[in-house]
Design a protein around this ligand. Structure first.
Ligand SMILES: [Zn+2]
Length: 386
C-alpha cells in the first residue's frame, strides 16, 4: 500500500505524562495541537459567523458529511466552490464521515458488506453510503481532513456484535483509503517547514466499543493503513469515565507517535484534559455552544448559569481571566438581562465566550506541556473548575 508522510510534527512533550504539543499542516494552514474544534455541522457554528470564529481563535472546524450531503448537497457545495468559499471560512475543516449520524439520526440503518442504507431524517428519502462515495462527497465538499465511513455501535453492545461491526469498519477503511489515494493528488506545491501538504488528509476511525481486546485490534489494524491520522470513535456515547479511559489505554499505545489522534465528541474541560494527558491531540463537541443557548457559562472558576437570579445585578465580566470581547465589554447583569428578555444576541455572546474558554484552555495546556508542567496545570484547572 501507498506509504505516506504524516504532515504532523510533535513539537513538545510533557515528559511526566503522555501529553504532547504539535503542528498539523493542512491545505488551509497550520493547526496547533492540542486543539478544540468548534462544531459547524450545517456549515455554521450555531449563532456565530466566521469573524466570531476568528476572534475565538478557532483553527479548525468540524463539519459533517451526512448533514451536508442531505442539505444543501455535496455536488451543490462543489458548484458553489466548496464549503470554505460557501461559508467564507479560510481556516481548516474536518468532515466526519457520517457513520455516527446514520446510526443516531436515520430512521433506518441497514448495513451490508457494500455500504449502509439509511433514510433522511428530513423527508424519509432513502440513501446509500459506501466507503467510496463518502470519499467522493468529502472531495466535493472540499474539507481539509476527511474521515473513513465507519460502523458505530452502542457502547453497551454485546462483544460479538461489536466484533462484527469492527470487522466491517476495518474492511471499509481499506476501501476508503484506496479510493482516497485514487482521487487525491499526492501533494500540492505548498511546503512549510519542509512538510509537503497533501491536497486533503485522510483519518481512519477506530471503533471497538468498550472492549479492550477490540480497541487494541482496531488500533493495531488502523496503524498499518495509509492514513494521515486517527479518529477514536464510539466513545463519549454514554459509557463511564473508567470505561472510556480503559478503552483509551488499549488504543493509544498501539498508534504511531508521528500521527495525530482525535477523540470524537468530547467536550467538558475535565474530559478533554484527561485525554490530553493520555496523548490525544484533537477534540470537538457541540456541548459549549449547546449549553450556552441555555445560559450556561464556563469559566476558570467553574460553570454557572447566567439565568440564576444572583447574577442579575453583577457588574463584573463572565470570567475576569478571559480575553474574549464579551468579557471585555459586557457585564453579567447585561447578559442576564438579554437572557431574561429572550434576546438572540445572548446565544451568540455566550457561545463566543464558551468556545474561547476551550480554545484558551488548549493554548494554556500547550504552554504547560512546553514547560513540562502539564500534570500540575491539569490539577490546578480541576481544582478551580467545579
Ligand atoms: Zn470571555
Amino acid at each position: 500500500m501507498t506509504k505516506i508522510i504524516p504532515p504532523f510534527k510533535v513539537t513538545a512533550r510533557d515528559g511526566k505524562s503522555k501529553a504532547r504539543a504539535g503542528l498539523l499542516y493542512t491545505k488551509h494552514g497550520v493547526v496547533q495541537t492540542p486543539v478544540f474544534m468548534p462544531v459547524a455541522t450545517q456549515a455554521s457554528v450555531k449563532a456565530l459567523n466566521e469573524e466570531d470564529l476568528k476572534h475565538v481563535k478557532a483553527q479548525c472546524l468540524l463539519s459533517n458529511t451526512y448533514h451536508l450531503y442531505l442539505r444543501p448537497g455535496a455536488e451543490f457545495l462543489k458548484k458553489m466552490g466548496g464549503l470554505h468559499k460557501f461559508m467564507n471560512w479560510d481556516g481548516s475543516i474536518l468532515t466526519d464521515s457520517g457513520g455516527f449520524q446514520v446510526h443516531s439520526l436515520s430512521h433506518l440503518r441497514k448495513i451490508t458488506e457494500d455500504g449502509v442504507w439509511f433514510k433522511s431524517h428530513h423527508d424519509g428519502s432513502k440513501h446509500f453510503f459506501t466507503p467510496e462515495n463518502v470519499i467522493e462527497y468529502e472531495a466535493a465538499i472540499g474539507s481539509d481532513i476527511w474521515t473513513c465511513l465507519d460502523v458505530l455501535i452502542p457502547a453497551n453492545a454485546k462483544h460479538a456484535d461489536a466484533r462484527r461491526a469492527l470487522e466491517i469498519t476495518k474492511r471499509w477503511a481499506r476501501r476508503a483509503a484506496a479510493k482516497y489515494h485514487a482521487v487525491t493528488p499526492q501533494a500540492i506545491a505548498q511546503i512549510e517547514d519542509g512538510f509537503k501538504v497533501p491536497h486533503s488528509l485522510l483519518f481512519g476511525i477506530i471503533q471497538g466499543a468498550i472492549y479492550p481486546d477490540l480497541r487494541e485490534d482496531a488500533a493495531k489494524d488502523m496503524a498499518t493503513l495509509p492514513v494521515h491520522g486517527f479518529c477514536i470513535g464510539g466513545l463519549s456515547v454514554g459509557e463511564t469515565r473508567e470505561e472510556m479511559n480503559l478503552a483509551l489505554q488499549h488504543t493509544i499505545p498501539h498508534l504511531p507517535e508521528e500521527k495525530p489522534r482525535y477523540l470524537m465528541g468530547l467536550g467538558t474541560p475535565q474530559e478533554i484534559l484527561d485525554c490530553v494527558e493520555r496523548g490525544v491531540d484533537m477534540f470537538d463537541c457541540v456541548w459549549p455552544t449547546r449549553v450556552a443557548r441555555n445560559g450556561q457559562v464556563m469559566t476558570s472558576k467553574g460553570k454557572f448559569n447566567i439565568k440564576n437570579v444572583k447574577h442579575r445585578e453583577e457588574q463584573i465580566p463572565l470570567d475576569d481571566e478571559c480575553d474574549c470581547f464579551v468579557c471585555k465589554r459586557y457585564t453579567r447583569a447585561y447578559l442576564s438581562h438579554l437572557f431574561r428578555a429572550g434576546e438572540l444576541t445572548s446565544h451568540r455572546l455566550l457561545s463566543i465566550h464558551n468556545i474561547r474558554f476551550l480554545t484558551r484552555l488548549m493554548e494554556r495546556a500547550t504552554e504547560a506541556i512546553k514547560a513540562g508542567a502539564f500534570t500540575e496545570f491539569k490539577a490546578k484547572v480541576e481544582e478551580n473548575y467545579k
